[in-house]
Design a protein around this ligand. Structure first.
Ligand code: G3H
Length: 535
């Protein structure tokens, strides 16, 4: 084990970002009401210190709700769906869009509060926190536009075999929505917003970190949607989600997190065949650097890929395969860049590495380093493994092999394993054998080498990034994975499909039926059968 080296840190907090008063979230949203909670509460801490001597900062408190409140939220969502008769699932598309627009307009006014909480709760840098907020707003507007197009495309009748059909996408029912701490706003809303706009009702529990940042948005949720459509619970996932799933009343489990929690919840459903899954799970995306790659470009992209937000992204590059002919030069350039990254608090100018929100994370990363060192790897960079109370500086580990934990485990934090390869079949076989199948980054130039690789890699993962790091965006592109990495596809458009089902009205082409349809269209008595065009 290496000697602990202490990371230098600054303590200055600009006035505008200081936590002057803790935020006590004393209500939860159920049945259209922000219901006061007088029971037990849980303290919410930041791992960022506000004082010279290190101590966690108390940001506020949240209700510690129990099974009774979980069932109350479930009843509220079930009643709002009301066996398909509810106001929300039967509402005109244009009216649902109005509700969503009302919500997003209010949300926009809360940017500063949400961004500040993002920085404190999960340690995300100021520019990245702003980006998370802005990207979410764009996602909501793009979702609205896409839904309008979907509605325009279905504002018609088809006729085949003497049968008219009016086909649309309808809601699935009640959605249980659980988001991750690394994108507590964006990823959660990428589930919740499409689920809602398609006419489902939802129970939503904020992530374990990044929970207070929902407080500024609660009133907007409350006043934009009919009662019971959105229900927001606080507390432990297991306590709240388990009885909700055991009721058998959840139609969709929407979760971004890890496959162990998804599996545990899924198996609680008494009729699991009915349960639809929209899951974004763990990954171990590899970067493959071929001998003819533009090394500076590869290094730049591997830095962003492996270390943006400290590697706490499901899309992060979590293992780098570098061809043996260039591995020494790659390591030299890569480690120099890693050691040039600035660590500091989220609001500091030019900061690239920021405090880890999970208090146990530095110790876990240290375990991975110790294990790799014991099995023959070295820390290549001078700053690798320097620690502070809330951070461990990224260590570049080389040579990494399959006996090491860091090779297999999704580190979700600041440590970069580098594996040298001779034959391209080595990384290809590893990817095929891996439990994950989200994305890969491929660095190289010669098309004769790249083409067969691309042709196989697209069958092992769901996005091959050519000479660039892995990422989810732009959000219009499909985001999914194979094996343990995902179920269903998310993108602005695909999410609308994932949270809905094709459903239609069919009628034989005869004078009797046609007269009814014409009457119905003329009088506009149905919200489903309509050829109105939303502009
Ligand atoms: O944590 C997983 C996120 O979906 C990654 O999104 O590639 O935009 O950081 P990103």
């Amino acid at each position: 084990m290496m000697m602990m080296k202490t990371l230098k840190k600054s303590l200055e907090i600009p006035e505008v970002y200081k936590i002057n008063e803790p935020l006590h979230q004393s209500t939860y949203l159920v049945n259209g009401t922000l219901k006061p909670w007088n029971g037990a509460t849980t303290n919410v801490y930041s791992t960022i210190s506000s004082t010279e001597e290190y101590q966690k900062t108390l940001l506020g408190t949240i209700p510690q709700l129990g099974e009774a409140e979980a069932m109350e939220a479930l009843d509220s969502a079930t009643n709002a769906f009301d066996k398909g008769k509810g106001i929300w699932p039967t509402m005109k598309v244009a009216d649902r869009i109005d509700c969503m627009e009302k919500f997003v307009e209010q949300m926009k006014t809360k940017r500063a509060e949400v961004v500040k909480l993002l920085m404190w709760e999960i340690g995300k840098s100021l520019p990245d926190s702003e980006k998370e907020f802005d990207r979410t707003i764009d996602y909501i507007y793009d979702t609205i536009e896409d839904y309008k197009q979907m509605d325009r495309d279905s504002a018609k009748f088809e006729k085949h075999g003497g049968v008219y059909a009016h086909i649309r996408r309808g809601p699935l029912g009640v959605v249980l929505c659980l988001g991750p701490y690394n994108y507590p706003l964006n990823e959660t809303f990428c589930l919740l917003i499409p689920a809602l706009i398609m006419g489902n009702t939802a129970i939503f529990k904020p992530a374990k970190f990044g929970v207070l940042l929902m407080s500024p948005l609660l009133e907007a949720f409350q006043n934009s949607f009919p009662k019971g459509v959105v229900n927001i619970l606080y507390g432990r996932g297991r306590t709240l989600a388990t009885p909700i799933m055991q009721s058998g009343k959840v139609d969709v489990l929407a979760l971004i997190g890890n496959s162990a929690s998804a599996k545990a919840l899924q198996t609680q459903h008494p009729k699991s065949n009915r349960l639809r899954l929209v899951l974004g799970l763990e990954a171990k995306n590899p970067g493959i650097v071929l001998p003819d790659a533009d090394l500076d470009l590869a290094v730049e992209e591997c830095i962003a890929g492996s270390l943006s937000f400290n590697g706490q992204r499901c899309t992060a590059l979590k293992v780098l395969y570098v061809h043996e002919d260039i591995v020494d030069e790659f390591n030299k350039r890569f480690t120099a860049k890693v050691d040039a990254l600035k660590f500091g608090n989220p609001w500091e100018e030019g900061v690239k590495l920021t405090p880890l929100p999970e208090p146990d994370k530095p110790a876990y990363i240290q375990e991975l380093i110790d294990d790799a060192e014991a099995k023959g790897a070295k820390i290549l960079n001078a700053k690798g493994g320097e620690t502070s109370e809330n951070y461990i500086y990224p260590a570049v580990l080389y040579p990494v092999n399959k006996d090491m934990r860091v090779y297999h485990e999704e580190q979700f934090g600041p440590v970069v394993p580098v594996v040298a390869f001779k034959d391209i079949d080595e990384p290809l076989d590893d990817i095929a054998d891996s439990n994950y199948g989200q994305q890969v980054s491929l660095f190289g130039k010669d098309v004769n080498t790249l083409s067969p690789l691309i042709d196989s890699l697209v069958n092992l993962v769901c996005r091959v990034n050519l000479n660039s790091s892995c990422q989810r965006g732009p959000d219009v592109y499909p985001f999914t994975g194979r094996k343990d990495s995902a179920v269903s596809t998310l993108s602005v458009h695909d999410a609308l499909r994932s949270f809905s089902i094709r459903t239609f009205v069919a009628s034989k082409d005869n004078a009797y039926n046609n007269a009814i349809l014409e009457d119905l269209l003329e009088k506009k008595t149905s919200n489903f059968i309509s050829t109105d065009y939303i502009l």
